[in-house]
Design a protein around this ligand. Structure first.
Ligand code: ZN
Length: 226
């Protein structure tokens, strides 16, 4: 059974030692035979491996990440192309390795996996190109840190602030002035106490003196008695 499954999974390409291969294959067998009442024959096992290919490959990638300290080129390729969600937690490590091996194609594949399964940020990192700048202004993937100017430009802050000043309530504008900052997201500028209805990345952006005066002006205008 073992050697047939080994071949069916294309394990020779991965260059793993015997012990690691066995451990991973046992896990794969566990996965594909779940829910079967009797011990399945080889035919059934191979059929189920084909049927559950994406889950099987994701499991193999996950185990590779756990068992192998530094994946080889071939292992890295397998993990990035087949790992699905498994690549997200290890994205920094995988990115560094892909760079070390000079594999731009793998970096693109990793970017795709990140956009699909990771915490996709509306702000792209200027260094690694992933959409991975987090609200602390640092990149989740490569660790680069960007400045507030970069965040403002990436998300079109001026236009969004203008809309916020036009449409925000007086109390929302007031709290922005009191705190001296607003929350900037892909969908616009929000007041500092804003709680998004669903999880979304919001960046704290400090207001410049000119922006604060504009907001105060707006509050004054609205409070003018007619
Ligand atoms: Zn980066």
């Amino acid at each position: 059974m073992y050697s047939h499954v080994y071949d069916a999974l294309g394990f020779s390409q991965l260059g793993l030692d015997d012990e690691k291969s066995r451990r991973i294959i046992l896990d794969v067998l566990d996965l594909v035979t779940q829910g079967l009442s009797s011990k399945p024959d080889l035919e059934t096992v191979l059929r189920r491996i084909r049927r559950f290919k994406p889950q099987v490959n994701e499991l193999i990638s996950l185990r590779l990440l756990e068992l192998v300290e530094k994946p080889t080129r071939e292992q890295l390729e397998f993990i990035i192309y087949n790992g699905g969600r498994a690549v997200v937690n290890e994205v920094s490590k995988l990115y560094k390795l892909a760079r070390e091996y000079g594999r731009e194609d793998l970096i693109s594949a990793l970017q795709y996996a990140w956009s699909k399964f990771g915490i996709r940020s509306p702000v792209q990192c200027p260094k690694c190109g992933f959409n991975s700048i987090m609200p602390d202004y640092s990149c989740f993937v490569c660790g680069a840190v960007v400045g507030e100017k970069y965040i403002r430009e990436a998300l079109g802050f001026s236009e969004k602030l203008r809309l916020f000043i036009e449409t925000g309530s007086v109390s929302e504008l007031r709290v922005a002035v009191e705190r001296g900052y607003v929350l900037l997201g892909e969908d616009g500028v929000h007041h500092p106490l804003y709680k998004p209805p669903k999880p979304t990345l919001l960046f704290q952006v400090y207001l410049k003196p000119g922006e604060i005066s504009t907001i105060i002006q707006e509050i004054d205008n609205r409070e003018q008695p007619f």
